[in-house]
Design a protein around this ligand. Structure first.
Ligand code: GDP
Ligand code: CA
Length: 315
């Protein structure tokens, strides 16, 4: 299996994609997996560079993640936040004490002039992670959500407004000035399989595809590209993916996901509850394969990863 898939490249945002990353990390040897992570949610807060999706991936791969919240470190304490609150500072974006240390370390290394890619490699190595965790770019790109009540920065939309405003469109500020890092280019160039994780298509995968060159590289790549659907039975497992799909005029289903990524995909893995959609998806010339794609346990993550690698033989 591993010789056939010498280099798997996985595109992800946070929670959903990170679960598949854990599964793949379990079945692939070090060096055989590169995870390209969305940084469109990154922002400057309390003077620190916060990278929510990178942290979710790092904490998931090092078994530190808090499965209840989907962000932060399990059993973290919040003393620093409480003190910030006492000073009248902002507490709407929660950062645990240990989680805060990640952002402190990241920010200080960035200030020393290291790139986000170098800093992330340092953090990953220190956490004992043996697979490559790659920010989509070293430049700053900010996801913005255009709503009826004006344009919201990602964290305003997601955390402060709890994704309740109705989205009209989404854009990635400064993306035209960004470029894929050398590491991302190399990973895509050496890929023998490209996977879109079960992440939010608009908020997690689209920002990566919007980095100049990435979409074209994937579209032109001779290797299979497969998505794992983030939608099960017409619903997102977590977060605003289904709500956004409806608001932006897409069919809220794995068929909608396949259609949205149509020009890039060779295959899609959808849930067994959605098996009746396979026929319609295959009319798009995308191989559709039904599996259990709800990943609650480590066993489910690992089984999905293993069956994904096996599916390649069928595609
Ligand atoms: P975020 O930055 O944490 O929002 O990260 P993602 O975009 O990677 O994850 C959110 C998406 O993950 C949502 O669309 C969920 O439906 C999806 N998701 C979460 N858990 C699972 C799961 O166990 N299986 C599948 N198929 N999708 C999941
Ligand atoms: Ca995110």
């Amino acid at each position: 299996m591993t010789t056939l898939h010498a280099h798997v490249v996985l595109l992800v945002g946070g929670v959903g994609g990170a679960k598949l990353a854990v599964g793949l990390a379990n079945v692939l040897p070090p060096g055989a997996l590169s995870i390209i992570v969305n940084t469109g949610d990154d922002f400057e807060h309390l003077g620190l560079h916060i990278s929510p999706d990178l942290d979710t991936v790092l904490y998931s791969l090092s078994d530190l993640a808090n499965p209840q919240t989907g962000w932060g470190i399990a059993n973290d304490t919040f003393h620093a936040m409480e003190m910030v609150g006492q000073y009248g500072g902002p507490t709407w974006f929660r950062l645990g004490d240990r989680d805060l240390a990640t952002s402190l370390a990241r920010t200080s290394m960035l200030r020393e002039g290291k790139s986000l890619t170098e800093v992330t490699r340092h953090l990953a190595t220190a956490l004992g992670i043996e697979h490559a965790v790659l920010p989509m770019t070293d430049q700053s790109v900010q996801t913005r959500i255009e709503t009826g009540d004006g344009c919201l920065a990602f964290q305003e939309y997601f955390v402060r407004e709890r994704w309740q405003p109705i989205a009209q469109s989404i854009r990635f500020e400064d993306v035209e000035n960004a470029r894929p890092s050398q590491a991302v280019q190399q990973a895509l160039g050496e890929a023998t399989l490209i996977i879109f994780g079960p992440s939010n298509p608009f908020l997690s995968i689209d920002p990566i595809l919007a980095i100049p060159g990435i979409r074209d590289t994937i579209a032109g790549s001779p290797v299979p590209c497969i998505a794992v659907s983030p939608i099960i039975g017409g619903q997102a497992v977590k977060g605003p993916a289904a709500k956004l799909m409806a608001e932006l005029g897409h069919d809220v289903s794995s068929l909608g996901i396949a259609t949205y990524y149509q020009d890039l995909l060779d295959g899609i893995i959808l849930d067994t509850v959605d098996v009746e959609m396979c026929e319609e998806i295959e009319k798009l010339h995308i191989r559709a394969i039904a599996r259990n794609i709800l990943m609650t346990t480590l066993v489910e993550k690992t089984e999905l990863a293993a069956s994904l690698l096996q599916c390649i033989e069928e595609i």
